[in-house]
Write a protein that binds this ligand. Structure first.
Ligand code: AMP
Ligand code: MG
Length: 411
């Protein structure tokens, strides 16, 4: 009887059940960009902090300008200037004006600011061309955010706007879910460091670059450790040295049935990493489990396209979960197939595609390169994965197909 392969969804559930959001840490504001807040933030201060002018103009009492017109302006003595940065509140009697700059505290006794444009811009006296409304051009203390009110809630994503708010209320450190630290190694005795011209039979290690970049794109703090040859003892040594520095380990290569598939051989013996065959193409052989003190390890296949597809299927959702995100998955779109697409039934096939946005607003998609998992150049020419589900064997041109756009992520 044929072996029953595990489905992508079954494997994904095993992976996601094994990881949870990382414990919160305190970071400075700029280091917290892109992360999720892990505390409720209440502002101790009001925003704005004091009544201040929205314009360059003249602080007045609105009643003193009640009957002003261009022909019969209200003419008021100007008794001083208030600039932004004035740290005491000026006072102003009835029938007078103070020249005031944007952001400067509105003097006590004034209830409106008349913009320069509606005056003769006088220095000793000012002629005001129209009546001011009480409250006009005054930004009230606390009108944006009263003191003691919630500013941001736990779970909020810290984009530029949220970072601005935290800065405005004086928070220079916040408690957030940290970026998972991911360490990536490539395994394979054929691999050479990038920059060393490969000799006959040798291959530049592109996977550790691919996966480190993909981890970073997913929001992780990822580093490449480098290449490990197909050598049992060396592999275990390097993995051991990585354990204290990582929240997640990722390896590529060495997980198939070959005589030198060292990752599978060495880690199977430890009993904490499971090697399975998944009903997907590419990416059939997968390893997942834990090493050391429960550090999740993903052992991905070595073919570059398999490595990317495996990353998208399993590692990226796990990284997003570790970050504390509630939605771990990339958005997919439905697109009209621009060509016939065939897929073996019973497996989930991921093809490289080019997604086009139609003038009508919908999407269409064409394939780039064949299904071969060694096609790095066509992978680089793609901007999406076309997902041909288990039940699909053929997609006719014009039919709808599921597409996972691989956009540069929101970190
Ligand atoms: P493996 O999964 O180790 O059997 O490798 C499958 C194929 O992927 C072989 O052709 C390898 O040379 C290639 N490969 C493995 N690791 C890498 C890597 N880090 N960079 C580029 N190609 C790789
Ligand atoms: Mg290998």
């Amino acid at each position: 009887m044929a072996e029953r392969l595990r489905t992508v969804d079954e494997q994904l559930k095993i992976v996601l059940d094994a990881v949870g959001a990382l414990d919160p840490i305190e970071l400075t504001l700029m280091d917290a960009q892109g992360l999720l807040l892990a505390e409720n933030i209440v502002s101790e201060v009001p925003l704005p902090g004091f009544d201040n002018s929205a314009m360059d103009g003249y602080a007045v009492r609105a009643v003193d300008t009640r009957d002003a017109t261009p022909e019969h302006p209200a003419v008021l003595p100007v008794v001083g200037d208030v600039a932004a940065g004035a740290t005491t509140r000026a006072g102003m009697g009835p029938g007078l004006a103070l020249r005031i700059m944007t952001g400067a505290p509105v003097p006590s006794g004034a209830d409106a600011v008349v913009p320069l444009e509606d005056t003769d811009r006088g220095v000793a006296r000012v002629a005001i061309n129209r009546p001011a409304r009480s409250g006009e051009c005054v930004r009230r203390a606390g009108e944006d955010l009263p003191a003691g009110s919630p500013a941001l809630g736990a779970g909020a994503a810290l984009g530029p706007q949220q970072i601005a708010l935290l800065a405005a209320i004086g928070r220079d450190r916040v408690t957030v879910r940290p970026r998972p630290r991911v360490l990536v190694i490539s395994t394979g005795s054929e691999l050479v460091e990038v920059g060393h011209r490969p000799g006959f039979g040798e291959v530049s290690d592109s996977n550790s670059y691919l996966l480190t970049a993909a981890c970073r794109d997913a929001g992780a703090d990822a580093r490449r450790v480098g290449i490990v040859p197909d050598d049992h003892a060396k592999l275990l040594d390097v993995l051991e040295s990585m354990l204290l520095r990582a929240d997640v380990l990722v390896t590529t290569g060495g997980v198939s049935m070959g005589a030198f598939d060292v990752v599978k051989q060495a880690l199977s013996e430890l009993g904490t990493v499971e090697f399975t065959r998944i009903a997907m193409q590419p990416g059939k052989p997968q390893g997942f489990g834990h090493l050391g003190n429960q550090i999740p390890i993903f052992c991905l296949p070595g073919n570059p396209v398999s490595a990317l597809v495996s990353f998208e299927a399993f590692v990226r959702p796990a990284i997003r979960k570790l970050l504390g995100k509630r939605n771990y998955f990339r958005a997919t779109v439905q697109a009209s197939a621009l060509e016939r697409m065939d897929s073996p039934g019973g497996v989930r096939q991921y093809r490289r595609g080019v997604l086009h946005r139609e003038a009508t607003g919908g999407y269409s998609v064409s394939l780039v390169g064949g299904p071969g998992s060694h096609l790095i150049a066509s992978m680089a020419a793609s901007n999406c994965l076309v997902v041909l589900h288990e039940e699909v064997t053929s997609v006719a041109p014009g039919s709808r197909v599921t597409v996972m756009p691989l956009l540069l992520a929101n970190r």
